[in-house]
Design a protein around this ligand. Sequence first.
Ligand code: GDP
Ligand code: MG
Length: 171
Amino acid sequence: MKEIKVVIMGGGGVGKSALTVQFVRNVFVSTYDPTIEDTYRKPVIIDGQQYLVEILDTAGTEQFMALKELYMKSGQGFILVFSLTQLGSVNELGPLREQIVRVKNAKVPLVLVGNKSDLRAERQVPREIGTNMSRAWGNVPYYETSARKRINVDEVFADIVRQCRAFEMLN
Ligand code: GDP
Ligand code: MG
């Protein structure tokens, strides 16, 4: 089975772990432990082809820059997450992407995600901010997700797998 290594990154509390666990185990984790960093694996069939998706759910607690760069190097695809309920979480993604581009290159498979779409009353980030950022980053796909309601979760992971597959065919 073809293995695809995905790294999920973003600010604390935006829902990286909730999205990952919802994708892998089909449950919503309502508790928040900002320190948990773990690797998950899920076999999937996408476009009739089997893949083993390995997800590194980061906590951003790396003490050493070199460690972060190491897992960026080994990652094939990246999911960058902010929270639609927290305007400040958008700003954390620019520097992260710059670092990814430096370690990999500008054409690295990447998906931009605005999570917590179910919390409509608490929304702080209009869709245009996401779509503008996606355009500024060379039209990376942008999804609005809810880990809680399982909205667009499979779509995000299928997108990154497809991008990784296309990337590999070109390189
Ligand atoms: P992480 O630090 O990015 O891994 O954030 P977590 O996945 O631990 O989520 C932080 C908190 O937000 C937890 O209490 C989650 O249950 C909650 N959360 C995550 N995703 C969603 C979502 O889509 N909707 C709602 N309502 N809460 C969410
Ligand atoms: Mg987490």
